[in-house]
Design a protein around this ligand. Structure first.
Ligand code: M6R
Length: 613
């Protein structure tokens, strides 16, 4: 969470920072701020009006001093300290000659503050981050250069962090460091750059480098040097770039979410194409696990958070059904702290759009520590997870900027299904003919999603009729349960509507007590082996006064007849239905959110990338 940018050597560092912060805003938008360094002073501007702080900075730009050498900027998702201006980054030391920006959490900040306070430092925010500015002040006073001061300071920090710092002592230098939270470096035509992700730098340079854990960089206009915590020189490691800037723009859509919903067919096609051949064989290029290693796998544990976790639910069903592989699903943040029993016959698949989610990352490390083989299933090439895992499965969805996951969720499901087919063939649990058939059905998914997207206006008109809804219950069974969970999450995070998802069969074990006249129930009632049972569950809530919305197959008149509102999708083979059935629920949440005047790309309290626990 939080976006960081640093620039040195640019003619107009402020403009470079403002452009980059606009591309980083999806990481957090509680506040934003910049510092410029030059003329032996710092110029700082911060603002904390959620989602609008960048506008304030833009308006302030004409009043900024010119001829400044460098600067650092930040867009914040608040952790320690409320989302108010005094807690907005950059933070300064007591002298006003050092400024820092930070992403992550400094776990021992209280302890460090006590020492600093005893030395006479005073703080001006409630953040954990500010401590770093004062630690730097102390080391600079002891004679260290900025990068060396940061190295000494990092040695004292506990937690996960990415940091960039400037000081009036060396106005052309940006010092940067990281532990777990990502930070990348860039260089072009006498300009040095630091940023928390690729999106921020694509418009400026494609010559990018990655910084590893506990490395400290000194970035100057025409050079970058890196040392480890021990002070020894480290090599600069080039970073692969898979996207271009155009892909990170709205392209005429009202918002990124709308663009990303429409991009789902292409994202699915790109994720599947070239990986399934006409004869039904599969090829997963970055899997990096040999056939012998895969043969040795006796159990798969799928982990993720939020929508990624819900994608895992569909993955489990596919692994069990086609590959006859024992499979479990775990929320990464819980898995990490359980005493999970894992061994070298266990394969842990960590699913994460960003490849940065700190819970998923630490869960993967824990799995490795316990001897399991690991795969990262991610959308970001060379992300933290991709670098850490034994093998990688890349979704090829392109950048997903809207906070609510859409195209990445759909591609995660499809790629897990493709992986299940891959294992099924290898384990001989499906006949070649069945494998061919399944491959061709998987390849038909983009077209089916496209047909669902063609019905978006129908879905939006149901959303309009439900715009005032208060509480919604999503019901599904089997593959429909994961869809129900994801549909409820979309409605919560975008429309701020209380929404709960239940396996439909569980309703009568308690939750049905909540159903009364006016309750809204969304049932996933696509054709499959449990449709009759779902219909019975629909009858039970209808009998108690619920308004029923069904997601059902087109031409399924019997199901439509019991519903108050219908969200039709093209008929899809049962196990492959989640990637299609989720489209109307994305649209429902989008439509209700828009009707309520909510910002669908930047819903309140959220950030796209969750890099704190
Ligand atoms: O980057 P990740 O896939 O690891 O992110 C996981 C969740 O934070 C993410 O899916 C979140 O739940 C989204 N806001 C859902 O729309």
């Amino acid at each position: 969470m939080c976006g960081i940018i640093g620039v040195t050597g640019a003619a107009d560092p402020l403009q470079v920072m403002l452009d980059a912060l606009a591309l980083l805003e999806y990481r957090g938008y509680d506040s934003a701020g910049v510092v410029l360094v030059g003329d032996n002073r710092l110029w700082r501007k911060r603002d904390a009006v959620r989602g609008h702080s960048l506008e304030t900075l833009r308006h302030a730009a004409p009043g900024a001093p010119t001829h400044m050498s460098s600067g650092i900027g930040h867009t914040r998702w608040a952790t320690h300290g409320a989302a108010v201006e005094r807690n907005a980054h950059p933070h300064c030391d007591c002298t006003g000659r050092v400024a820092i920006v930070h992403n992550g959490i400094i776990e021992n900040y209280q302890e460090l503050w006590e020492k600093l306070a005893a030395e006479g430092h005073t703080r001006s925010s409630e953040t954990d981050s500010e401590v770093v500015a004062h630690l730097l002040e102390r080391e600079l006073a002891n004679g260290a250069g900025l990068a060396e001061a940061l190295r000494r300071c990092v040695a004292e920090l506990r937690g996960d962090f990415a940091l960039a710092a400037v000081s009036t002592h060396e106005p052309k230098v940006i010092a940067a460091a990281r532990r777990t939270s990502p930070l990348i470096l860039g260089q072009v035509d006498g300009i040095g750059l630091v940023a928390s992700d690729i999106a921020a730098l694509l418009g400026t340079t494609r010559t990018l480098y990655q910084l590893e854990d506990d490395e400290i960089a000194e970035v100057r206009p025409d050079s970058i040097s890196v040392v480890g915590l021990d002070g020894r020189d480290r090599e600069l490691k080039p970073l692969k770039v898979g996207w271009d800037l155009v892909a990170a723009r709205r392209d005429g859509y009202d918002d990124f979410m709308s663009k990303e919903i429409h991009e789902q067919p292409r994202a699915l096609a790109d994720t599947l194409m070239g990986r399934i051949h006409a004869d039904g064989t599969t090829e997963l290029e970055d899997l990096r696990l040999t056939e012998v290693e895969l043969d040795g796998i006796e159990r798969v544990v799928l982990i993720g958070c939020g929508s990624a976790f819900y994608a895992c639910l569909s993955g489990r069903i596919a692994l069990e059904h086609w590959a006859r592989m024992p499979a479990e699903v775990e929320i990464a943040s819980e898995f990490r702290y359980r005493d999970a029993v894992l061994g070298e016959q266990t394969l842990v698949v960590a699913v994460s759009q960003s490849g940065e989610t700190v819970d998923t990352f630490h869960a993967l490390r824990e799995a490795q520590r316990r001897g399991a083989k690991t795969i990262a299933l991610t959308n970001v090439v060379d992300s933290l997870l991709a670098r850490e895992a034994d093998g990688v499965l890349y979704t090829r969805a392109g950048p997903e900027i809207g906070v609510a996951s859409t195209k990445c969720h759909a591609t995660q499901i499809a790629l897990l299904q493709l992986f299940a087919l891959h294992l099924a063939r290898q384990r001989g649990t499906i006949e070649p003919e069945e494998g061919r058939d399944l491959a061709s059905r998987l390849l038909a998914l983009p077209g089916l999603v496209d047909r669902a997207i063609a019905r978006l206006d129908d879905y939006f008109s149901v959303a309009d009729r439900l715009a005032e809804v208060q509480d919604v219950y999503f019901l599904g069974r089997h593959v429909g349960y994961g869809v129900a969970l994801e549909g409820a999450l979309k409605l919560k995070e975008l429309a701020y509507v209380r929404a709960e998802a239940y396996p439909a069969g569980e309703m009568k074990h308690g939750p049905i007590a909540l159903i009364e006249e006016g309750a809204v129930v969304v049932a996933i009632a696509t054709r499959g082996r449990l449709l009759e049972k779902v219909m019975a569950n629909i009858a039970e809530v209808k009998a108690r006064g619920a308004t029923v919305v069904v997601v059902c197959d087109e031409y399924d008149e019997a199901t439509k007849a019991v519903a108050d509102h219908v969200l039709e999708i093209p008929a899809v083979p049962e196990l492959l239905s989640p990637a299609v059935a989720i489209v109307p629920l994305q649209a429902l949440a989008y439509g209700v959110a828009r009707a309520r005047g909510n910002d669908v790309d930047r819903p309140r309290n959220l950030a796209k990338v969750v890099t704190v626990e």
